[in-house]
Design a protein around this ligand. Structure first.
Ligand SMILES: *Cc1c(COP(=O)(O)O)cnc(C)c1O
Length: 427
């Protein structure tokens, strides 16, 4: 697969290069040159396949020229070792549950596939994964790479702005996983990562690689579960499908749109955000006007400058789709709480991120349509807020329970690049 840099179309790279580099010159994102398309008959056939075989076929359409199909299928089998079921919420609404992986969030899919691809591509060369997380990416990346030879992982996160359990999940591993609590918000962490990638000397010394949602391998992996969702729906629903995506950095939405561009039948997407609503406002009035990031209940979506947005725009441009066909809505914390209670009354236990997407979906679904919203995290990952809002006690799933009593191993740093650089070079 050839990809180009969105900021400089002359910079062209292979998939292997894009995975190891993460970003191109001037922090430009890589975007596929060819956008493969499956015919209607192909899609119908693929929807009958099992998750792993189908996913290998989807991925081969992009990267089959660089990684043989059988190797790819074996790698996918390692990465996607858990299901993505659609749970019924009402007759015309279902939740695509993406939280059955080891860190109980959808980022397990992308994180684990990326780890597999890096292992495949880099062989024995040492690499440092440097990434910023607003909560869940960190856990997914840490667990996906934990114990892998020749891989050092450094994860930055905003101190005090992720849930205590989220922190326990990835800051207690040790070994090749280093975690750094930054005095600042997620955007500050993300800015530090970008600065590190601009530092050529540092990059070369460490074999720097990013593993957040800008890495193209993560996006490709995420395409696969949209197909898996549709495969579980009855025929009538498949032709009337609206998908609501709880969005922060817009990686998940980008992957969904790529699935549609491959030929998956999706009538429309809804970009659902919390009050960090740069995109819904932009879609309404055409002004790109990020505000200061606000802390919300759905903290993994507390992003005011979503880093995947240029890819969304590029895809619309390439496909000659109109941006005003992308639906959107912003949901504040009060309505998020209310929505979680309404979901509970319907018999479905949910957490703030999914509740944002559900609310946006219910408000925008037309009669005769079938709606899916993405369940991006297990409710127990947001135990404190879920329990407070729903007034019931949640059982911790085993993966969390095991880590809850271990000590945190994080370093603490100001939001200052010189300090971070020191820490990175100190080994
Ligand atoms: C990361 C995350 C999101 C946002 O996904 P993006 O791809 O960044 O838009 C939503 N919900 C949860 C639980 C997350 O961890």
């Amino acid at each position: 697969m050839k990809l180009y840099n969105l900021k400089d179309h002359n910079e062209q790279v292979s998939f292997a290069q894009a995975v190891t580099q993460g970003l191109g010159k001037n922090q430009g994102l890589f975007f596929p040159h060819e956008l493969p398309e499956f015919s209607l008959t192909d899609v119908d056939e693929m929807l009958k396949m099992d998750f792993v075989s189908r996913s290998a076929k989807i991925l081969a359409a992009f990267i089959g020229d660089e990684i043989p199909q059988d190797v790819l299928e074996a790698r996918v089998r390692q990465a996607f070792a858990f299901p993505a079921p659609v749970a019924r919420v009402t007759d015309d609404v279902g939740c695509l549950e993406l939280f059955h992986g080891p860190t109980l969030a959808f980022k397990d899919f992308g994180g684990r596939f990326m780890a597999q691809m890096l292992a495949q591509i880099s062989g024995d060369k040492p690499v440092t994964i440097l990434t910023a997380t607003s909560g869940d990416t960190g856990a997914a990346v840490a667990h996906a790479f934990y114990g892998l030879k020749n891989v050092r992982v450094v994860i930055l996160y905003p101190r005090g702005k992720i849930s205590p359990l989220q922190e326990k999940l990835f800051c207690t591993l040790g070994g090749n996983i280093e975690t750094v609590a930054i005095d600042g918000d997620f955007d500050a962490c993300q800015a530090l990562v970008k600065q590190a990638f601009d530092d050529e000397a540092l990059k070369a010394a460490l074999g720097l690689n990013s593993a957040n949602s800008i890495n193209i391998s993560r996006l490709l992996a995420q395409i696969c579960y949209y197909f898996e969702a549709v495969a579980q729906l009855p025929q009538e629903a498949r032709n009337q499908l609206v998908i609501s995506v709880p969005s922060g950095n817009f990686g998940d939405l980008t992957a969904g749109l790529l699935a549609k561009s491959l030929g998956l039948p999706v009538k429309r997407f809804i970009a659902a955000t919390n009050v960090n609503d740069t995109v819904p406002r932009y879609l309404r009035d055409g002004q790109w006007a990020p505000k200061a990031t606000q802390a919300t209940l759905s903290n993994a979506m507390d992003v005011s400058q979503p880093n995947n947005w240029p890819r969304v725009e590029e895809l619309f441009r390439r496909k000659i789709w109109r941006l005003d066909e992308l639906d959107s809505a912003a949901v504040d914390d009060a309505i998020t709480r209310e929505s979680m209670r309404e979901l509970k009354a319907l018999g479905y236990l949910s957490e703030p991120h999914a509740a944002v997407a559900w609310r946006a979906l219910c408000d925008r679904l037309n009669p005769g349509e079938y709606g899916l919203f993405l369940g991006t995290a297990h409710p127990a990952k947001f135990k404190e807020s879920v329990e407070a809002i729903l007034g019931e006690t949640l059982e911790l799933p085993e993966a969390l329970a095991k880590r809850a009593d271990l000590p945190l191993l994080s370093h603490s740093l100001p939001a200052d690049f010189a300090a971070l650089r020191n820490l990175l070079m100190s080994r």
